[in-house]
Design a protein around this ligand. Structure first.
Ligand code: 1CP
Length: 355
């Protein structure tokens, strides 16, 4: 394997010294980029991009070619590949978001769900990872990812996106054994899926618990964090002679940072609702932090974006252990030039915080 030319992302996740704060953006390959929309039109639809390793590789590299400041690439795929591989039949209605042909409602439905084999049932993802690794040729590290069991369960039980997770939460309170069985199957699946990505070449992995923040404090511990802990304890943590850092991102998890920091991961993703300096005081010696600019700041003028980047860097303060990111994914309406101003500001303004 080619040596990494830029490893500041991996170094910051392990709190090793860096020259400037590394940066990447959640959803950096996506609809705000005209080149992404052109590739999607060529492929036919979103799932065809994910299922064809050449297309997945092409769109993964697009933001890196446009923005030389990006310090990491993220596999182009989706968290919903897992429910699809469990037989739910994922499809996308234009402008409507994800949908499933089959939903999971009863204990019998959950008992019948197979545990997918990453190589047989999700081989297209493994092929995308190895293709992207080859084409990156050591430019920057490649991040693999999965949804958390709780976040995946919400899509599987609701049959798509939801505002209130009504069916999933009804199951949580009325039929907790059924939900636990589903979460347990998902934790097993996510563990082997992420290990498959690591063996195929992913150099760090992130678990997206996008909807964990919708839970009560007690339910978060029992139905989301417990399963992420189980996954973290089953992951391959060293490969090709290097540590493979694990990042946990619970959107809305700011109140529970101390307990998330005890889950065994190397870094926590923060949304924009918490102050990163206070978060560092609460967990700083245990884990690195990733985040946390409000993605809507990218709608503002480049000077305003720069000020906001400076404010977050100052709040984190001196030293390594910070990966700059948005607090959630970049949205389709963002002007790509504003994303460029954001990435440049992170490198330009952060050198003063590193020796
Ligand atoms: O129309 C299109 O082109 C599809 C839009 C799209 C894209 C670009 C979807 C459908 N997924 C993706 C890619 C994607 N999804 C990546 C690619 C890597 C990157 O550049 O970051 C990643 C990491 C995801 C992960 C993902 N998918 C999450 C977790 C992250 C988050 O934003 O919270 C979730 C919740 C999904 C589900 C999903 N897939 C697609 C959409 C529009 C959604 C969200 C639906 C909802 O809000 O419920």
């Amino acid at each position: 394997m080619t040596a990494l030319k830029n490893d500041r992302f991996l170094r910051a996740l392990l709190k090793q010294p860096v020259d400037v704060t590394p940066v990447w953006m959640m959803r950096q390959a996506g609809r705000y980029l005209p080149e992404y929309r052109a590739s999607r039109a060529k492929a036919g639809d979103f799932m065809s991009l994910c299922m064809n390793p050449e297309f997945a590789c092409e769109v993964t590299l697009q933001p890196l070619d446009r923005y030389p400041q990006l310090d990491a690439a993220i596999l182009f795929s989706d968290i919903l590949t897992i429910p699809d591989a469990m037989g739910q039949g994922l499809y996308f209605e234009t402008g409507e978001g994800p949908r499933f042909k089959k939903v999971v409602s009863t204990l019998a439905d959950i008992e019948a769900l197979p545990i997918p084999d990453p190589h047989k049932d999700l081989g297209y993802v493994m092929d995308a990872v190895s293709t992207i690794r080859r084409e990156l040729n050591g430019r920057v590290p490649l991040i693999g990812f999965s949804g958390s069991p709780w976040t995946l369960a919400t899509y599987m039980v609701e049959g798509g996106s939801s505002k209130d997770y009504r069916k999933t939460k009804t199951m949580l309170y009325d039929n907790p054994q059924a939900l636990h069985l589903l979460l347990d199957k998902l934790a097993q699946t996510v563990t082997s899926y992420l290990n498959g990505q690591i063996m195929a070449g992913a150099q760090a992995v992130q678990i997206f618990d996008s909807w964990g923040g919708s839970l009560s404090a007690a339910a978060y511990q029992e139905f989301s964090l417990a399963y992420m802990k189980k996954i973290v304890s089953g992951l391959i943590r060293e490969h090709e002679g290097r540590k493979v850092p694990v990042i946990l991102f619970t959107k809305g998890g700011g109140l529970w940072l101390e307990s998330i920091a005890d889950a065994g991961a190397d870094a926590l993703g923060l949304d924009w609702t918490c102050d990163i300096g206070s978060a560092r005081d609460r967990v700083g010696s245990k884990v690195a932090l990733q985040g946390n600019m409000d993605p809507t700041v990218l709608y503002a003028k480049p000077e305003v974006i720069r000020t906001e980047v400076g404010r977050i860097l100052a709040s984190y303060g001196k030293g390594s252990g910070h990966v700059f990111n948005l607090g959630h994914g970049i949205t389709p309406e963002v002007n790509p030039e504003h994303a460029g101003a954001f990435l440049r500001a992170v490198h330009e303004l952060s050198a003063q915080y590193h020796e």
